[in-house]
Design a protein around this ligand. Structure first.
Ligand SMILES: CCCC/C=C\CC(=O)SCCNC(=O)CCNC(=O)[C@H](O)C(C)(C)COP(=O)(O)OP(=O)(O)OC[C@H]1O[C@@H](n2cnc3c(N)ncnc32)[C@H](O)[C@@H]1OP(=O)(O)O
Length: 378
Protein backbone atom coordinates (compact mmCIF):
# COMPACT_ATOMS: atom_id res chain seq x y z
CA UNK A 1 0.00 0.00 0.00
CA UNK A 2 1.39 3.39 -0.95
CA UNK A 3 1.86 6.02 1.75
CA UNK A 4 -0.47 9.04 1.77
CA UNK A 5 2.41 11.35 0.72
CA UNK A 6 3.27 9.14 -2.22
CA UNK A 7 -0.35 8.93 -3.39
CA UNK A 8 -0.90 12.67 -3.08
CA UNK A 9 2.39 13.25 -4.91
CA UNK A 10 1.22 10.96 -7.73
CA UNK A 11 -2.18 12.64 -8.01
CA UNK A 12 -0.63 16.11 -8.10
CA UNK A 13 1.86 15.01 -10.74
CA UNK A 14 -0.91 13.63 -12.94
CA UNK A 15 -2.85 16.89 -12.81
CA UNK A 16 -0.06 19.30 -13.23
CA UNK A 17 0.06 21.59 -16.21
CA UNK A 18 2.73 21.42 -18.87
CA UNK A 19 3.07 25.19 -19.15
CA UNK A 20 6.63 26.43 -19.11
CA UNK A 21 7.61 28.38 -16.02
CA UNK A 22 9.30 31.39 -17.50
CA UNK A 23 8.88 34.72 -15.69
CA UNK A 24 6.63 37.08 -17.62
CA UNK A 25 7.19 40.84 -17.98
CA UNK A 26 4.42 41.28 -15.41
CA UNK A 27 6.22 38.99 -12.91
CA UNK A 28 9.32 41.06 -13.49
CA UNK A 29 7.54 44.36 -12.84
CA UNK A 30 6.01 42.89 -9.69
CA UNK A 31 9.44 41.80 -8.50
CA UNK A 32 10.88 45.26 -9.18
CA UNK A 33 8.14 46.77 -7.00
CA UNK A 34 8.56 44.06 -4.37
CA UNK A 35 12.24 45.00 -4.08
CA UNK A 36 11.26 48.51 -3.04
CA UNK A 37 9.16 47.09 -0.21
CA UNK A 38 11.90 44.99 1.39
CA UNK A 39 12.47 46.12 4.95
CA UNK A 40 15.90 44.61 5.39
CA UNK A 41 18.96 45.75 3.43
CA UNK A 42 19.97 42.64 1.43
CA UNK A 43 23.67 43.64 1.55
CA UNK A 44 26.01 44.96 -1.12
CA UNK A 45 26.80 41.63 -2.74
CA UNK A 46 23.11 40.84 -3.27
CA UNK A 47 22.36 44.39 -4.44
CA UNK A 48 25.08 44.08 -7.08
CA UNK A 49 23.65 40.76 -8.25
CA UNK A 50 20.18 42.29 -8.52
CA UNK A 51 21.51 45.37 -10.28
CA UNK A 52 23.29 43.23 -12.85
CA UNK A 53 20.26 41.05 -13.50
CA UNK A 54 18.00 44.10 -13.78
CA UNK A 55 20.29 45.76 -16.33
CA UNK A 56 20.70 42.51 -18.29
CA UNK A 57 16.95 41.93 -18.27
CA UNK A 58 16.11 45.44 -19.43
CA UNK A 59 19.08 46.44 -21.61
CA UNK A 60 20.81 43.17 -22.52
CA UNK A 61 24.59 42.55 -22.31
CA UNK A 62 26.78 45.30 -20.86
CA UNK A 63 28.39 47.40 -23.59
CA UNK A 64 29.13 50.49 -21.51
CA UNK A 65 32.75 51.62 -21.26
CA UNK A 66 34.49 50.28 -18.15
CA UNK A 67 34.59 52.96 -15.37
CA UNK A 68 37.98 54.08 -14.07
CA UNK A 69 39.54 52.16 -11.14
CA UNK A 70 38.97 55.06 -8.77
CA UNK A 71 35.23 55.11 -9.36
CA UNK A 72 34.79 52.10 -7.08
CA UNK A 73 30.99 51.91 -6.98
CA UNK A 74 30.47 52.31 -10.72
CA UNK A 75 33.22 49.80 -11.36
CA UNK A 76 31.68 47.21 -9.00
CA UNK A 77 28.33 47.65 -10.76
CA UNK A 78 29.91 47.43 -14.19
CA UNK A 79 31.89 44.30 -13.20
CA UNK A 80 28.76 42.63 -11.91
CA UNK A 81 26.73 43.42 -15.05
CA UNK A 82 29.58 42.58 -17.40
CA UNK A 83 30.06 39.19 -15.68
CA UNK A 84 26.66 38.13 -17.00
CA UNK A 85 28.12 38.16 -20.52
CA UNK A 86 25.55 37.16 -23.10
CA UNK A 87 22.99 35.73 -20.64
CA UNK A 88 19.63 36.03 -22.48
CA UNK A 89 17.28 38.80 -21.29
CA UNK A 90 14.61 36.23 -20.53
CA UNK A 91 16.90 34.20 -18.26
CA UNK A 92 18.05 37.37 -16.47
CA UNK A 93 14.40 38.36 -15.94
CA UNK A 94 13.62 34.95 -14.50
CA UNK A 95 16.71 34.94 -12.23
CA UNK A 96 15.79 38.41 -10.99
CA UNK A 97 12.22 37.36 -10.17
CA UNK A 98 13.43 34.25 -8.33
CA UNK A 99 16.07 36.13 -6.36
CA UNK A 100 13.57 38.77 -5.21
CA UNK A 101 11.07 36.06 -4.34
CA UNK A 102 13.67 34.26 -2.17
CA UNK A 103 14.54 37.55 -0.42
CA UNK A 104 10.87 38.31 0.26
CA UNK A 105 10.12 34.84 1.57
CA UNK A 106 13.18 34.75 3.85
CA UNK A 107 12.14 38.18 5.17
CA UNK A 108 8.58 37.04 5.88
CA UNK A 109 9.75 33.77 7.45
CA UNK A 110 12.01 35.68 9.88
CA UNK A 111 9.23 38.11 10.85
CA UNK A 112 7.82 37.56 14.28
CA UNK A 113 10.82 35.56 15.41
CA UNK A 114 12.55 37.70 18.00
CA UNK A 115 16.26 37.96 17.37
CA UNK A 116 15.99 36.14 14.03
CA UNK A 117 18.24 38.72 12.36
CA UNK A 118 21.06 38.66 14.83
CA UNK A 119 21.05 35.02 15.90
CA UNK A 120 23.81 32.74 14.66
CA UNK A 121 21.94 29.87 12.99
CA UNK A 122 21.88 26.62 14.93
CA UNK A 123 21.86 23.98 12.21
CA UNK A 124 19.82 20.88 12.86
CA UNK A 125 21.57 18.59 10.41
CA UNK A 126 24.94 20.25 9.92
CA UNK A 127 27.85 20.48 12.31
CA UNK A 128 29.95 23.54 11.59
CA UNK A 129 33.26 23.99 13.38
CA UNK A 130 36.20 26.32 12.90
CA UNK A 131 39.69 25.39 14.04
CA UNK A 132 43.27 25.88 12.87
CA UNK A 133 42.17 28.24 10.09
CA UNK A 134 39.77 25.64 8.66
CA UNK A 135 35.96 25.82 8.72
CA UNK A 136 34.48 22.34 8.49
CA UNK A 137 30.87 21.90 7.37
CA UNK A 138 29.79 18.34 8.14
CA UNK A 139 26.54 16.86 6.84
CA UNK A 140 25.07 15.25 9.92
CA UNK A 141 22.20 12.94 9.03
CA UNK A 142 24.05 9.63 9.10
CA UNK A 143 20.97 7.43 9.53
CA UNK A 144 19.64 8.79 6.22
CA UNK A 145 23.05 8.55 4.55
CA UNK A 146 23.23 12.38 4.76
CA UNK A 147 20.48 12.84 2.14
CA UNK A 148 19.92 16.58 1.67
CA UNK A 149 16.54 17.92 2.80
CA UNK A 150 15.11 21.29 1.75
CA UNK A 151 16.15 22.74 5.10
CA UNK A 152 19.67 21.39 4.63
CA UNK A 153 20.05 23.07 1.23
CA UNK A 154 19.20 26.36 2.92
CA UNK A 155 21.48 25.67 5.89
CA UNK A 156 24.41 24.74 3.66
CA UNK A 157 23.96 28.06 1.84
CA UNK A 158 23.97 29.93 5.17
CA UNK A 159 26.99 27.98 6.41
CA UNK A 160 28.91 28.67 3.18
CA UNK A 161 28.04 32.36 3.28
CA UNK A 162 29.30 32.56 6.87
CA UNK A 163 32.44 30.54 6.04
CA UNK A 164 33.16 32.84 3.08
CA UNK A 165 33.28 35.78 5.49
CA UNK A 166 34.89 34.26 8.60
CA UNK A 167 38.61 34.41 9.30
CA UNK A 168 39.38 30.85 8.26
CA UNK A 169 41.47 30.29 5.16
CA UNK A 170 40.03 27.00 3.88
CA UNK A 171 36.51 25.54 3.96
CA UNK A 172 35.87 21.79 3.98
CA UNK A 173 32.66 19.89 3.28
CA UNK A 174 32.39 16.34 4.58
CA UNK A 175 29.85 13.79 5.84
CA UNK A 176 29.26 12.12 9.19
CA UNK A 177 28.92 8.32 9.27
CA UNK A 178 29.53 5.78 6.54
CA UNK A 179 28.26 7.92 3.64
CA UNK A 180 29.49 11.25 2.31
CA UNK A 181 26.01 11.98 1.00
CA UNK A 182 23.20 10.12 -0.80
CA UNK A 183 22.15 13.22 -2.75
CA UNK A 184 18.80 14.93 -2.81
CA UNK A 185 16.40 13.60 -0.16
CA UNK A 186 13.73 12.06 -2.35
CA UNK A 187 11.09 12.93 0.26
CA UNK A 188 11.59 16.57 -0.83
CA UNK A 189 9.32 15.67 -3.73
CA UNK A 190 6.44 14.65 -1.46
CA UNK A 191 6.23 17.93 0.43
CA UNK A 192 3.70 19.58 -1.88
CA UNK A 193 2.84 23.25 -1.17
CA UNK A 194 -0.70 24.73 -1.56
CA UNK A 195 0.13 25.85 -5.13
CA UNK A 196 0.71 22.22 -6.14
CA UNK A 197 3.49 20.75 -8.24
CA UNK A 198 4.02 23.93 -10.25
CA UNK A 199 4.81 25.87 -7.08
CA UNK A 200 6.92 23.00 -5.79
CA UNK A 201 9.00 22.89 -8.99
CA UNK A 202 9.42 26.68 -8.88
CA UNK A 203 10.52 26.56 -5.23
CA UNK A 204 12.95 23.73 -5.94
CA UNK A 205 14.34 25.68 -8.88
CA UNK A 206 14.96 28.75 -6.71
CA UNK A 207 16.50 26.61 -3.99
CA UNK A 208 18.79 24.78 -6.39
CA UNK A 209 19.87 27.88 -8.31
CA UNK A 210 20.83 29.64 -5.09
CA UNK A 211 22.50 26.52 -3.67
CA UNK A 212 24.67 25.78 -6.71
CA UNK A 213 25.31 29.54 -7.19
CA UNK A 214 26.89 29.62 -3.73
CA UNK A 215 29.41 26.96 -4.71
CA UNK A 216 30.20 28.81 -7.96
CA UNK A 217 30.84 32.07 -6.11
CA UNK A 218 32.50 30.70 -2.98
CA UNK A 219 35.50 33.02 -2.50
CA UNK A 220 38.02 30.80 -0.67
CA UNK A 221 39.63 27.42 -1.37
CA UNK A 222 36.88 24.81 -1.02
CA UNK A 223 37.78 21.20 -0.24
CA UNK A 224 35.60 18.08 -0.25
CA UNK A 225 36.64 15.31 2.13
CA UNK A 226 34.64 12.45 0.63
CA UNK A 227 34.55 10.00 3.53
CA UNK A 228 32.30 7.40 1.87
CA UNK A 229 29.90 6.82 -1.05
CA UNK A 230 28.55 9.91 -2.80
CA UNK A 231 25.37 10.05 -4.90
CA UNK A 232 23.63 12.59 -7.16
CA UNK A 233 24.13 16.25 -6.43
CA UNK A 234 26.90 15.55 -3.93
CA UNK A 235 28.92 14.11 -6.83
CA UNK A 236 28.12 16.71 -9.47
CA UNK A 237 29.07 19.57 -7.15
CA UNK A 238 32.58 18.14 -6.82
CA UNK A 239 33.40 19.75 -10.17
CA UNK A 240 33.05 23.12 -8.41
CA UNK A 241 35.46 22.29 -5.55
CA UNK A 242 39.15 23.20 -5.65
CA UNK A 243 40.33 19.94 -4.10
CA UNK A 244 38.58 16.59 -3.66
CA UNK A 245 40.12 14.05 -1.26
CA UNK A 246 38.45 10.65 -1.14
CA UNK A 247 38.57 7.58 1.06
CA UNK A 248 39.20 4.40 -0.93
CA UNK A 249 35.75 3.30 0.29
CA UNK A 250 34.06 6.18 -1.56
CA UNK A 251 32.10 5.64 -4.76
CA UNK A 252 30.72 8.24 -7.15
CA UNK A 253 27.28 7.66 -8.61
CA UNK A 254 25.06 9.98 -10.68
CA UNK A 255 21.96 7.91 -11.50
CA UNK A 256 19.98 10.77 -13.06
CA UNK A 257 18.57 8.76 -15.94
CA UNK A 258 17.42 6.01 -13.57
CA UNK A 259 15.56 8.71 -11.63
CA UNK A 260 14.04 10.27 -14.76
CA UNK A 261 16.10 13.38 -14.05
CA UNK A 262 19.00 15.21 -15.65
CA UNK A 263 22.37 16.50 -14.40
CA UNK A 264 22.78 19.54 -12.15
CA UNK A 265 25.56 21.21 -10.16
CA UNK A 266 27.04 22.47 -13.47
CA UNK A 267 28.22 18.90 -14.20
CA UNK A 268 27.00 19.05 -17.81
CA UNK A 269 29.85 21.54 -18.26
CA UNK A 270 32.42 20.57 -15.60
CA UNK A 271 32.42 16.77 -16.09
CA UNK A 272 33.17 16.75 -19.85
CA UNK A 273 35.81 19.40 -19.17
CA UNK A 274 37.40 17.36 -16.35
CA UNK A 275 37.21 13.82 -17.74
CA UNK A 276 36.41 14.24 -21.43
CA UNK A 277 32.97 13.84 -23.05
CA UNK A 278 33.00 10.04 -23.37
CA UNK A 279 33.70 9.33 -19.70
CA UNK A 280 31.32 12.11 -18.62
CA UNK A 281 28.53 10.64 -20.73
CA UNK A 282 29.00 7.23 -19.15
CA UNK A 283 28.44 8.79 -15.73
CA UNK A 284 25.83 11.44 -16.48
CA UNK A 285 23.74 9.65 -19.10
CA UNK A 286 24.21 6.00 -18.22
CA UNK A 287 24.73 6.37 -14.46
CA UNK A 288 28.02 4.44 -14.30
CA UNK A 289 29.26 4.30 -10.71
CA UNK A 290 32.99 5.02 -10.28
CA UNK A 291 35.29 3.76 -7.56
CA UNK A 292 37.48 6.34 -5.84
CA UNK A 293 40.50 5.20 -7.85
CA UNK A 294 38.58 5.50 -11.14
CA UNK A 295 37.33 8.95 -10.17
CA UNK A 296 40.92 9.94 -9.39
CA UNK A 297 42.21 8.57 -12.69
CA UNK A 298 39.56 10.66 -14.45
CA UNK A 299 40.49 13.86 -12.65
CA UNK A 300 37.36 14.29 -10.52
CA UNK A 301 39.26 13.34 -7.34
CA UNK A 302 42.58 14.91 -6.37
CA UNK A 303 43.90 12.06 -4.21
CA UNK A 304 42.67 8.81 -2.67
CA UNK A 305 43.62 7.72 0.86
CA UNK A 306 43.16 4.36 2.61
CA UNK A 307 39.97 4.53 4.65
CA UNK A 308 41.84 3.57 7.84
CA UNK A 309 44.06 6.66 7.67
CA UNK A 310 41.75 8.98 5.67
CA UNK A 311 40.88 11.43 8.47
CA UNK A 312 44.40 11.67 9.86
CA UNK A 313 46.10 12.16 6.49
CA UNK A 314 43.53 14.62 5.12
CA UNK A 315 43.48 16.85 8.19
CA UNK A 316 47.27 16.88 8.53
CA UNK A 317 47.52 17.96 4.90
CA UNK A 318 44.81 20.62 5.24
CA UNK A 319 46.28 22.07 8.44
CA UNK A 320 49.55 22.61 6.60
CA UNK A 321 47.75 24.27 3.65
CA UNK A 322 45.75 26.50 5.99
CA UNK A 323 48.95 28.22 7.10
CA UNK A 324 49.71 29.47 3.59
CA UNK A 325 49.11 33.21 2.96
CA UNK A 326 45.28 33.47 2.81
CA UNK A 327 45.04 36.42 0.45
CA UNK A 328 47.32 34.80 -2.09
CA UNK A 329 45.16 31.64 -1.97
CA UNK A 330 41.95 33.66 -2.46
CA UNK A 331 43.47 35.59 -5.35
CA UNK A 332 44.52 32.41 -7.11
CA UNK A 333 41.12 30.83 -6.54
CA UNK A 334 39.36 33.91 -7.94
CA UNK A 335 41.61 34.00 -11.01
CA UNK A 336 40.85 30.37 -11.77
CA UNK A 337 37.10 30.80 -11.17
CA UNK A 338 36.73 34.09 -13.05
CA UNK A 339 37.75 32.40 -16.30
CA UNK A 340 34.49 30.46 -16.30
CA UNK A 341 32.22 32.05 -13.67
CA UNK A 342 29.79 33.38 -16.25
CA UNK A 343 29.68 30.06 -18.09
CA UNK A 344 29.00 28.23 -14.82
CA UNK A 345 26.06 30.49 -13.91
CA UNK A 346 24.60 30.08 -17.39
CA UNK A 347 25.01 26.29 -17.14
CA UNK A 348 23.33 26.31 -13.72
CA UNK A 349 20.32 28.14 -15.23
CA UNK A 350 20.11 25.81 -18.22
CA UNK A 351 20.32 22.68 -16.08
CA UNK A 352 17.59 23.94 -13.77
CA UNK A 353 15.28 24.76 -16.68
CA UNK A 354 15.75 21.20 -17.95
CA UNK A 355 15.16 19.76 -14.49
CA UNK A 356 11.90 21.64 -14.10
CA UNK A 357 10.66 19.73 -17.15
CA UNK A 358 12.01 16.45 -15.78
CA UNK A 359 10.32 16.94 -12.38
CA UNK A 360 6.99 17.15 -14.21
CA UNK A 361 7.63 13.94 -16.17
CA UNK A 362 6.11 10.54 -15.61
CA UNK A 363 9.62 9.01 -15.68
CA UNK A 364 10.64 11.04 -12.66
CA UNK A 365 7.35 10.50 -10.81
CA UNK A 366 7.64 6.73 -11.20
CA UNK A 367 11.29 6.62 -10.13
CA UNK A 368 10.66 8.66 -6.97
CA UNK A 369 7.60 6.60 -6.14
CA UNK A 370 9.51 3.36 -6.59
CA UNK A 371 12.14 4.50 -4.12
CA UNK A 372 9.66 5.86 -1.58
CA UNK A 373 7.51 2.75 -1.72
CA UNK A 374 10.71 0.72 -1.11
CA UNK A 375 10.51 -1.03 -4.49
CA UNK A 376 13.87 0.16 -5.83
CA UNK A 377 17.24 1.07 -4.41
CA UNK A 378 20.10 2.33 -6.52
C1 LIG B 1 15.85 20.62 -4.92
C2 LIG B 1 15.93 19.42 -5.78
C3 LIG B 1 17.32 19.19 -6.26
C4 LIG B 1 17.50 17.91 -7.04
C5 LIG B 1 18.90 17.60 -7.13
C6 LIG B 1 19.59 16.45 -6.99
C7 LIG B 1 19.37 15.14 -7.64
C8 LIG B 1 20.01 14.00 -6.87
O1 LIG B 1 20.74 14.13 -5.92
S1 LIG B 1 19.60 12.51 -7.50
C9 LIG B 1 20.14 11.34 -6.29
C10 LIG B 1 19.09 11.06 -5.26
N1 LIG B 1 19.52 9.99 -4.41
C11 LIG B 1 19.11 8.73 -4.51
O2 LIG B 1 18.34 8.40 -5.39
C12 LIG B 1 19.61 7.75 -3.48
C13 LIG B 1 18.47 6.95 -2.90
N2 LIG B 1 19.01 6.04 -1.88
C14 LIG B 1 19.38 4.77 -2.14
O3 LIG B 1 19.32 4.28 -3.24
C15 LIG B 1 19.90 3.98 -0.98
O4 LIG B 1 19.35 4.48 0.20
C16 LIG B 1 21.46 4.05 -0.85
C17 LIG B 1 22.08 3.27 -2.04
C18 LIG B 1 21.97 5.48 -0.86
C19 LIG B 1 21.93 3.39 0.45
O5 LIG B 1 21.40 2.08 0.53
P1 LIG B 1 21.57 1.25 1.90
O6 LIG B 1 23.00 1.24 2.32
O7 LIG B 1 20.92 -0.07 1.68
O8 LIG B 1 20.80 2.11 2.98
P2 LIG B 1 19.23 2.38 3.09
O9 LIG B 1 18.61 2.43 1.75
O10 LIG B 1 18.63 1.46 4.08
O11 LIG B 1 19.24 3.90 3.65
C20 LIG B 1 19.16 4.21 5.04
C21 LIG B 1 18.05 5.20 5.23
O12 LIG B 1 18.37 6.39 4.50
C22 LIG B 1 17.28 6.72 3.63
N3 LIG B 1 17.83 7.38 2.43
C23 LIG B 1 18.99 7.15 1.83
N4 LIG B 1 19.13 7.95 0.78
C24 LIG B 1 18.04 8.69 0.69
C25 LIG B 1 17.61 9.73 -0.19
N5 LIG B 1 18.36 10.17 -1.21
N6 LIG B 1 16.41 10.29 0.03
C26 LIG B 1 15.65 9.91 1.06
N7 LIG B 1 16.00 8.94 1.95
C27 LIG B 1 17.19 8.34 1.77
C28 LIG B 1 16.64 5.39 3.31
O13 LIG B 1 15.33 5.56 2.86
C29 LIG B 1 16.72 4.71 4.67
O14 LIG B 1 15.70 5.28 5.46
P3 LIG B 1 14.85 4.35 6.48
O15 LIG B 1 14.24 3.28 5.64
O16 LIG B 1 13.85 5.28 7.10
O17 LIG B 1 15.86 3.81 7.46
Amino acid sequence: MLSREVSSFLVQQMHMSQTAMRASHKDFETAVNQMKLLKKDPGNEMKLKLYALYKQATEGPCNMPKPGVLDLISKAKWDSWNALGSLPKETARQNYVELVSSLSSSESSSQGKPGADSKQPGYETLVVTSEDGITKIMLNRPTKKNAITTQMYQDIVLALEAAGKDDSTITVLTGNGDYYCSGNDLNNFTDIPPGGIEEQAKNNAILLRNFVGCFIDFPKPLVAAVNGPAVGISVTLLGLFDIVYASDRATFHTPFTHLGQSPEGCSSYTFPKIMGPAKAAEMLIFGKKLTAREACAQGLVTEVFPDSTFQKEVWTRLKAYSKLPPNAMRTSKQLIRNVEREKLHATNSEEISALQGRWRSEECTNAVMNFLSRKVKL
